[in-house]
Unconditional design. Structure first.
Length: 376
């Protein structure tokens, strides 16, 4: 009698991401079939409580804070991540014991890729997270790359290269969160990528200040304004934009204070909608310039919050007529969950001992296994 073939049950992997925009926690439940694209099983977004968001923002903005407050915030963030993971598992009908590993990026509160003491600091204690969920955690993804001379960021291009590269067609992935980064996936060339500059970090802050809304829905408010050419040139004059990769940045450089200083230097009162429109054009221009230089045409695949900004996508398509501009959903990877899936992938690689960093992106001396392992 012939026996039925045994079906391999793939383990689950979870990725947890909270980005520069500080809106909350993205959690993705993923499976990694051999020789096949990752499979997103379920995903969940859990907003930060306002008190937690304000506490994180205070640290990110460099306000005076005690070590006791930082330590407490480290644990509070881990509990928030654990809550998001538990909600994800409940919704998916999956038990914690079925999850092989949990990749937790943590909340970046300071990223300093230059100078003699280069470091990147994320809060969200992985020990607390591992114990609270009962799942082995991989965390602290950036600092080994930095110890090897790299920027420690962006890391997402390594995942983009695995899931979105095409053998014959130029592709660029725009990951538009608080800070935007691009991944250049050109046929026959190694992956390259870098942070292009501010995206939602300034657009959201300006909308919150003038609309009382968390963000400019679909870019409609920006679309109602006019580009202020002199202000745009003043923004583009920041030396970061002319700096050659590898490079990465964050709220430390491009926070609300950066904009306020340039508005003050600009010396005139501008309509808030015009400022929003100009900020959107800043994001468009800092992305479009390197994309146009990379190739005459191809696919510009957008993920992160930028994928939900219809006016931003429209402006990118107008600025780059040879490129097909669309959210990554059009190529089979959900734009909203790309980064959470990426850190599931990195954790999966870490357990397997696979070096998942990309030195051609970060500038590190060699590729390395990312992160440390924290047992439940």
């Amino acid at each position: 009698m012939k026996q039925a073939a045994t079906q391999t049950v793939l383990p689950y992997v979870i990725g947890v991401m909270s980005g520069t925009s500080l809106d909350g926690v993205d959690a993705a439940l993923v499976q990694f079939p051999p020789a096949a694209p990752p499979r997103l099983v379920h995903a969940h977004h859990q907003p930060y409580p306002q008190t937690l968001r304000q506490a994180v923002l205070a640290v990110c903005q460099g306000q005076a804070v005690t070590l006791a407050a930082v330590g407490a915030l480290d644990v509070q963030l881990a509990r928030a991540y654990a809550g998001a993971v538990q909600a994800l598992l409940q919704q998916a009908g999956v038990q914690a014991g079925q999850v092989q590993v949990l990749g937790a990026h943590g909340q970046t509160v300071h990223h300093q890729p230059g100078g003699a003491e280069r470091f990147s600091m994320q809060l969200g204690d992985p020990n607390t997270l591992a114990v609270a969920t009962g799942i082995t955690v991989v965390a602290d993804f950036r600092r080994r790359d930095m110890a090897l001379g790299g920027q420690g960021a962006p890391l997402a291009p390594g995942f983009h290269d695995q899931v979105l590269r095409h053998a014959d067609r130029a592709r660029v992935v725009l990951n538009g969160g608080g800070i935007a980064n691009v991944s250049l996936l050109l046929p026959g060339q190694p992956c390259r990528g870098w942070d292009t500059g501010p995206a939602n970090i300034l657009l959201d802050a300006w909308a919150q200040q003038h609309l009382g809304q968390p963000f400019d829905a679909d870019g409609a408010w920006a679309a109602s304004g006019q580009v202020q050419a002199a202000l745009l040139q003043a923004l583009l004059a920041d030396p970061y934009f002319a700096q050659q990769p590898p490079k990465s940045t964050g709220r430390e450089r491009f926070g609300a204070g950066w904009l306020q200083q340039r508005l003050a230097d600009h010396g005139q009162s501008l309509a808030p909608a015009d400022v929003q429109r100009t900020l959107l054009e800043l994001s468009v221009e800092t992305v479009a310039q390197p994309v146009a230089a990379a190739a005459a045409g191809g696919d510009l695949m957008v993920c992160g919050g930028a994928a939900r900004n219809g006016y931003l996508l429209q402006r990118l398509a107008q600025r780059l007529p040879g490129w097909q501009v669309a959210p990554t959903d059009a190529w089979g990877v959900p734009a909203q969950w790309m980064e959470a899936m990426a850190f599931a992938y990195f954790a999966h690689c870490t357990l397997a001992g696979v070096a998942a960093s990309v030195p051609t992106v970060t500038g590190a001396s060699r590729a390395c296994v990312l992160g440390g392992v924290y047992c439940a």
